[in-house]
Design a protein. Structure first.
Length: 617
């Protein structure tokens, strides 16, 4: 039986004027006068509570802050590690609400229910959340980290189940492998193979027409984006005239940054150093390292490094499904910010990046639910593959995404340096835990719910995947997720048309099918090209020469536009040393063909398997 708390701590009842937190800390000998002055100066810049400023700067410990707040408010401070709560008191409660408030029922003491809470200013909101039939309640204070830990202990399985199925089922790919789902997939595949065997020439003609159409629209999109990149950046007209969404009370918002990790070690120190250099107030920075329960290496590495006061760990309960989006869905409930961002383990964001992100969101209407920064690599000279990968990223982030934004076409998000209004992220169901390219899917879902994504001119450096085997695994996962996203949203084409409009609908087709089509068609294209030059393929029997001239001319024009876009993208980033390597891109794409065919196979054999990318090479 749990016993009532016995403590020699005497709460201080304020008399007359309220006792200031700084005075209490000084009386306790917990802080020097110089450190208190420093904290007050930082508080004036961030509008964060003084206690959070002092804690985030490492000037006081979380336990010291909780004790001082309790004395200031005339309450008890409880150490939940020494005096854990009664788990039966939480039965029937919503853990998401408890986490949002930092609240937990603790124990019965003298016929009163004692609840612990992290912040005294949230007590009135907590009272409103408790049922009217609740007995008389007394509030005590506890460290926020301890409250989160106890909630995770009691509700971990429930929160993990919610994380796996948070995305609405009609917009999730999890039904792809549900009961009875495999037979239609295999029948479709068998039908395609059978059609090719029965009528090979007709099938080839249809395939060539499809390739030509996708090449034409992709070339047009690249050309429009190229022209757009030469002019000033403009916001799409439908959002340009709307009033900015108001900032939260008190000024700047708390920014929570999720960093999903598994089996990481070599790059974490660089990420922590880059985050430490951020100009955004540390009192408003909430960095959450998301770990897997069966990952034993990463926690040891973080313990050896030593986490700063503004960073913490959240551990995801183990389950057969292990994906990055599932882990982020789980950790989202533990986030404290109204802005949610993502970084990868090897990222090195620019020092003013978070400030730029918040400024952009603060000056944007509420319809701008997400912003995406630029991604680039810090090892572009490592080898030929790293150079080509860097050029490809420059094409995508420096030219194409800006054109998509200007055209009002939904943007497939990157997996990092992407930031959301929390309200928008939660409104669309957060991440699809089963989609291995969750970023692209979420970009489409945001657009379907009426939100837009905008680019912010700030760059994060990460590591270019420069080993062929690892590159193919990573690209295969991306393409599998693109294909899965297309299949998921096209289950109801009329609804997709209604949600995205004609421009968004056709943009969706080009973005998700264009790259996959180009990669899958690469072997056929090279075979036809060899046949054109007389290597044994009877092309003249398949179609008249004029048709082949038109086909190859369109392919050559597409490549010319692509190479021109590549020159523009590299020049925009001022990496002239990469320009000579652009001509080698046509022999870089066959690697993508290998990845594409692997992706198709995995769509049928292991659709939710996550091929992890190794960092620190």
């Amino acid at each position: 039986m749990l016993q009532p708390l016995k403590t020699d701590q005497q709460p201080v009842q304020p008399r007359g004027r309220a006792v200031r937190l700084g005075e209490i800390l000084q009386r306790q000998g917990a802080i020097a006068q110089s450190d208190l002055k420093r904290g007050l100066a930082l508080r004036a810049k961030s509008s964060a509570p003084l206690g959070e400023v002092l804690r985030s700067e490492g000037l006081i410990t979380p336990a010291t802050l909780t004790t001082a707040l309790a004395r200031q408010d005339g309450r008890l401070a409880i150490d939940l590690d020494r005096f854990p709560p009664d788990p039966t008191l939480c039965e029937g409660m919503n853990p998401r609400h408890l986490l949002r408030l930092g609240l937990l029922p603790w124990r019965w003491v003298d016929a009163r229910l004692v609840c612990v809470i992290a912040a005294p200013q949230d007590i009135e909101r907590a009272k409103a959340m408790l049922p009217h039939s609740a007995p008389q309640v007394t509030f005590a204070l506890a460290e926020r980290a301890q409250i989160d830990q106890q909630i995770a202990r009691v509700f971990g399985d429930q929160l993990a189940g919610f994380a796996a199925e948070r995305c609405p089922s009609d917009m999730s790919c999890r039904t792809w492998a549900g009961p009875g789902a495999s037979l239609p997939r295999w029948l479709t595949l068998g039908g395609l193979v059978g059609a090719a065997a029965i009528a090979p020439l007709a099938t080839l003609a249809l395939v060539l027409i499809w390739i030509a159409i996708m090449n034409a629209v992709t070339t047009l999109l690249r050309a429009v984006a190229l022209v757009d990149s030469l002019g000033p950046t403009k916001r799409p007209k439908r959002y340009a005239q709307k009033a900015p969404a108001p900032l939260p009370p008190g000024g700047l918002p708390v920014v929570s940054v999720l960093v999903p990790l598994f089996d990481e070690d070599l790059t974490l120190q660089h990420l922590l150093d880059a985050l430490d250099r951020q100009t955004y107030p540390k009192a408003l920075l909430d960095v959450v390292f998301v770990l897997e329960e069966d990952d034993y290496k990463t926690p040891l590495v973080l313990a050896q490094i030593g986490l700063p006061p503004w960073a913490r760990m959240v551990t995801m309960p183990a389950a057969p499904l292990r994906t990055k989006p599932r882990a982020m869905n789980y950790a989202l409930e533990f986030c404290r910010g109204s802005v949610i961002g993502i970084y990868d383990a090897e990222d090195r964001p620019e020092p003013d990046q978070l400030s730029r992100i918040v400024d952009h969101l603060g000056g944007s209407p509420a319809e701008v639910g997400c912003v995406q920064g630029y991604l680039d690599f810090y090892n572009p000279r490592q080898n030929w593959l790293a150079r080509c990968f860097t050029i490809e990223y420059a094409i995508w982030f420096r030219v194409l995404l800006g054109g998509l934004q200007r055209l009002g076409v939904p943007i497939p998000l990157g997996g990092t340096t992407v930031f959301f209004r929390r309200s928008a992220l939660e409104a669309v169901g957060a991440w699809d835990a089963h989609n291995v390219t969750e970023d692209a899917d979420l970009g489409m879902r945001l657009a379907r719910f009426g939100y837009c994504t905008e680019m912010v001119p700030t760059t994060t450096l990460e590591e270019a995947n420069c080993m062929p085997g690892a590159w193919i695994k990573q690209r295969s996962r991306w393409l599998k997720g693109y294909a899965m996203t297309w299949v998921t949203h096209m289950r109801h084409p009329r609804a997709l048309w209604r949600d995205l409009g004609p421009r968004g609908f056709f943009g969706f087709q080009v973005l998700l099918l264009g790259g996959l089509t180009a990669y899958l068609a690469t072997p056929l294209f090279w075979g036809i090209w060899l046949g054109w030059w007389g290597f044994g393929l009877p092309l003249e029997q398949w179609a008249p020469p004029q048709v082949w001239w038109a086909f190859f001319s369109s392919m050559i024009l597409g490549q010319a536009v692509m190479l021109t876009v590549a020159v523009r993208a590299v020049w925009a980033r001022k990496r002239g040393h990469l320009i000579p390597w652009i001509i080698l891109l046509p022999i870089y794409w066959p690697l993508g063909a290998v990845a594409a065919y692997r992706a198709v196979v995995e769509m049928f054999t292991k659709p939710f398997h996550w091929s992890k990318t190794t960092h620190g090479l």
